[in-house]
Design a protein around this ligand. Structure first.
Ligand code: PGA
Ligand code: ZN
Length: 436
């Protein structure tokens, strides 16, 4: 076969938090260049792929990625150029074997994912397909996801100055199209800003572009958001639902959940009761992510059972996009959905396998950005290709967040009449069809 991959190049760029991250370019023999930029999390799970950083305190407070650049341009590039893989799983397997560690700690999850994503784009170019078609070439993409827009930031994304819970999201699932869903969300975001001003609260934003004012209760943000939804002319629940990412790892300390804003300390069953009361009091609350810590796995099945089938219980830190951990979770009925972040596992094909594992087990999947982001919108193409029907990418504001939503607008436009916006019923049904 004629060689088609010429080289891989990498460089150190900045992410949305102003920390260094990796950009990888796959250069083809036709001289085209295909780039990927790698995001970075702040509230990470313990089983995530290893992010290779320099640890040299004289540069970027130890966060530099010069070693990751070396890994890409040295070992990884040499092996890939020598082998000339022509599909995604051959490339990813080659890199996994070359690294040889369970969490990609030798060459770095960031280096490996950079090559994997840049290669995906190169492959799409070679196939003369848009990325969202090339990622699943035998399945016509039609399902445009419901966005979960994080408009109130707390926890570590707001330096623990506000709510204990990390993310309060609006879910415009009653909209007729993605374009309208985004308009509704922008109007609600600005209505919330107005409400905060009226109440003399600061309107500065957290890491994901949502407002991050101080609060004395983790329920107060829900009340504010419900008012903003109504003021914008929509009905909480039917038009626009609400979802939370509690990111409970962040406030779990030696078997107790510490809700600092409410001056409460709860044990596991207390935390389960707390969540049950929340969804009872707020019927428009449809989805809870990481309501419990990854260090408290025995309590997850109890909580999921209490929530019932109408509330989505999403595992993020508990599964880290790892197909084996997801499989274990499904067998133990720990949750009913999983968050999918490519950089938690480190290759495109393992990310696809994670979605496949979830859907085959009757779970939903939601694609996700990280709190440290770049303008790269790979996840937007990915979510359309895999029919997951749900994506979270932060507020409808800030360049690195809207890049994902704007890419979905473009895809919806390109699909034209083929495009179907994933309302509440479509999400499960369509993702099942793809993997059964
Ligand atoms: P992270 O946050 O990117 O900081 O991990 C996102 C999440 O917890 O879902
Ligand atoms: Zn999360």
């Amino acid at each position: 076969m004629k060689p088609w991959i010429q080289q891989f190049q990498a460089s150190e760029i900045l992410d949305s938090r102003g920390n260094p991250t990796l950009s990888v370019r796959c250069v083809l023999t036709d001289h085209s260049v295909h780039e990927a930029q790698i995001p970075s999390g702040a509230s990470t799970g313990s089983h995530e792929a290893h992010e290779l950083r320099d640890g040299d305190p004289s540069r970027y407070r130890g966060l530099g990625v010069l070693r990751a650049i070396q890994a890409v341009e040295g070992e990884l590039a040499h092996a890939i150029v020598a082998r000339q893989p022509d599909d995604q799983s051959s490339l990813d397997h080659l890199m996994i074997e070359l690294d040889g560690t369970p969490r990609k700690s030798r060459l770095g999850g960031n280096s490996v994912l950079g090559c994997s994503m840049a290669f995906s784009r190169a492959l799409a170019h070679r196939r003369k397909l848009p990325l969202y078609r090339s990622l699943h070439p035998d399945q016509a993409p039609t399902l445009i996801p419901v966005p979960y827009l994080n408009i109130w930031n707390g926890g570590v994304h707001a330096q623990w100055q506000g709510s204990d819970f990390q993310e309060y999201m609006i879910v415009p699932w009653g909209a007729p199209s993605f374009r309208e869903a985004l308009r509704w969300s922008s109007e609600i975001y600005h209505a919330l800003q107005g409400e905060l001003k009226k109440n003399h609260l600061p309107t500065g934003v957290g890491d994901e572009g949502g407002f991050a004012p101080p609060t004395t209760s983790n329920r107060e943000p829900i009340d504010f958001i419900a008012r903003a939804i109504e003021q914008s002319g929509f009905t909480p629940g039917a038009d626009v639902a609400v979802a939370l990412d509690l990111a409970a790892n962040g406030f779990y300390e030696s078997t107790r959940y510490l809700l600092r804003t409410e001056k409460k300390t709860l044990d596991s069953s207390g935390m389960v009761d707390y969540c049950a009361a929340l969804v009872k009091d707020y019927p428009f609350l449809i989805s809870l992510e990481d309501p419990l810590s990854e260090s408290d796995p025995e309590s997850w099945p109890l909580l999921t059972e209490r929530m019932g089938s109408h509330v989505q219980v999403i595992g993020d830190d508990l599964y880290c996009t790892n197909p084996q951990l997801i499989d274990h979770g499904i067998r133990n009925r720990q949750a009913n959905a999983v968050l999918i972040k490519p950089n938690q596992i480190g290759t495109v094909s393992e990310t696809q396998a994670a979605v496949g594992k979830a859907v085959q087990g009757g779970w939903r999947a939601m694609l996700s950005h990280r709190s440290g982001e770049t303008p790269d919108a790979f996840i937007s193409d990915f979510v359309v290709a895999c029919h997951a029907g749900q994506i979270k990418a932060g507020a409808p504001a800030r360049g690195e967040r809207v890049a994902k939503y704007n890419r979905l607008l473009t895809i919806e436009g390109e699909l034209g009449r083929e495009a179907r916006y994933a309302g509440p019923d479509l999400i499960r049904q369509n993702s099942r069809n793809l993997y059964s």
